[in-house]
Design a protein around this ligand. Structure first.
Ligand SMILES: Cc1cc2nc3c(=O)[nH]c(=O)nc-3n(C[C@H](O)[C@H](O)[C@H](O)COP(=O)(O)OP(=O)(O)OC[C@H]3O[C@@H](n4cnc5c(N)ncnc54)[C@H](O)[C@@H]3O)c2cc1C
Length: 410
């Protein structure tokens, strides 16, 4: 096989690249996907009338082109965020830093005085310094530190601050605005998050599933795939960056790149629940760091009178039956589920969920990008670029990669 453009991975980013190439009338590309169906992380599982995503997958659409595109692509609900934080024995609205007046003492006093007088740190380099400078020691001690330590499995003092501004909302909103990038969001009316993928994949002609790229021979510009060799002129990878480097014999560049894995316990229950869309759990009394309500995103996600949850935990170890019982007990103890109403549960594992922003990450990504650019490769997507990002960004990066390729190949 021979193609001008080889795209590796048919998640949202790879599909977007293929779609935008076709929109420009360019069909000399091949989109290869290792899995039997496209979608990557944006896939959904149907069970007994319930639809579960791979933990929450909500569309945060701010770019006018993306918003218009997805609204035309498929029917979407628009929802106003209802998120809470369980901490210190109370439930307060998210974000924590904007609702410290609702905390019990002594947390309230410590957080509020810190917010009034945060330490002056001119150029915060670590997540710890960033949190202290933005909100003071109280919010850092009671929320940012314990929550992020749980999620990333790393000490905020050893993590960089470069992703914080985009994802952690300030303590005060500008007038007329709601706090955070996810103050409202969109979600498919039917079919879970994967409905987005199905609609987009239907508009893409040269997608081949069950076709993993096993190795890349750079001098011959040939990919060895599950269905034989493919000669290419340019390659766009949306596969996890460390994997892509290894495919082409550049594994040494991947060594500094690490990720925080997560495990998700999906729970279906025979009672309704509509108190929040998702909740954060910074304290040690909960083994999980976040719980989302899948059934709250669309009535089509669960049978009437039932609810469904995704419970996110750090790590990649297989849970013992005792661990699952402990998680369900913690959910029941917090009044989220009734244990006797549990219909079924199942686990999902996301081995490289969050690219770890330690001090090795950014120089290593930059070095890898330079090396791969020199070989004519482009990278896009949350894992392709080994970054903290979301669906809209992947979609736009796929479009940009298509435009860059069209320019180069013209
Ligand atoms: C826990 C969690 C929650 C999230 N929640 C949200 C959310 O609510 N909203 C949001 O906008 N974003 C969310 N995201 C981010 C979102 O999942 C990603 O931004 C987006 O889905 C990434 O799409 P992608 O196509 O870049 O990568 P992927 O979805 O990872 O797709 C890459 C594809 O490449 C394929 N592949 C890999 N290697 C090869 C190979 N060698 N050969 C062929 N194919 C290969 C894989 O099988 C996969 O299908 C979340 C992420 C996580 C981890």
């Amino acid at each position: 096989m021979k193609t001008k453009v080889l795209i590796i991975g048919a998640g949202l980013t790879g599909l977007s690249a293929a779609y935008h190439l076709e929109q420009a009338g360019f069909y000399d590309y091949l989109l290869l996907e290792a899995a039997p169906t496209p979608g990557g992380l944006c896939k959904s599982t149907e069970r007994q009338g319930f639809t579960f995503d791979k933990s929450g997958h909500l569309l945060h659409l701010r770019d006018p082109y993306a918003l218009d595109f997805f609204r035309r692509l498929l029917p979407l609900h628009r929802l106003e965020r209802n998120a809470v934080v369980y901490t210190q024995g109370v439930q307060i609205p998210f974000p924590f830093q904007a609702h410290t007046h609702l905390l019990p003492q002594p947390a309230r006093g410590v957080c509020q005085s810190g917010l009034k007088n945060p330490p002056a740190i001119k150029h915060p380099k670590t997540l710890q310094e960033w949190g202290l400078a933005a909100f003071g020691p109280g919010v850092y001690q009671y929320f940012l530190k314990p929550y992020n330590t749980k999620l990333w499995g790393a000490d905020p003092a050893n993590m960089t601050a470069e992703w914080c501004g985009a994802f952690i909302p300030p303590a005060q909103a500008k007038s007329g605005q709601k706090l955070g990038y996810n103050a409202h969001f969109y979600y498919p009316v039917k079919g879970g998050a994967e409905a987005v993928i199905r609609a987009l994949a239907a508009r893409v002609k040269h997608l081949q599933t069950n076709t993993a790229v096993h190795t890349i021979h750079w001098p011959l510009k040939t990919a060895h795939t599950a269905r034989g060799p493919v000669a290419f002129e340019r390659v766009l990878s949306t596969a996890p960056l460390p994997d892509f480097l290894r495919l082409g014999g550049l594994g040494a560049l991947a060594k500094p790149l690490t990720a925080a894995p997560i495990r998700v316990l999906n729970v279906a229950v025979k009672h309704p629940f509509n108190r929040f869309h998702w909740a954060y759990f910074p304290d040690e009394d909960a083994p999980f760091y976040r719980v989302g309500v899948q059934s709250a995103f669309s009535p089509a996600n669960a049978p009437e009178g039932c609810a469904s949850f995704y419970v996110e935990l750090p790590g990649n170890t297989r849970p013992s039956p005792q661990e699952e019982t402990h998680i369900l007990s913690a959910l029941a103890q917090k009044g989220i589920i009734k244990k006797e109403a549990v219909l079924f549960t199942f686990w999902q594992y996301l081995p490289h969920a969050y690219a770890l922003y330690d001090f090795a990450r950014t120089p290593a990504v930059q070095q890898a990008v330079r090396r791969l650019e020199g070989l004519g490769a482009l990278l896009a997507g949350r894992y392709g670029l080994w970054e903290y990002s979301f669906m809209e960004r992947g979609f736009l990066q796929g479009r940009q990669a298509a435009l860059d390729l069209l320019k180069d190949l013209a």
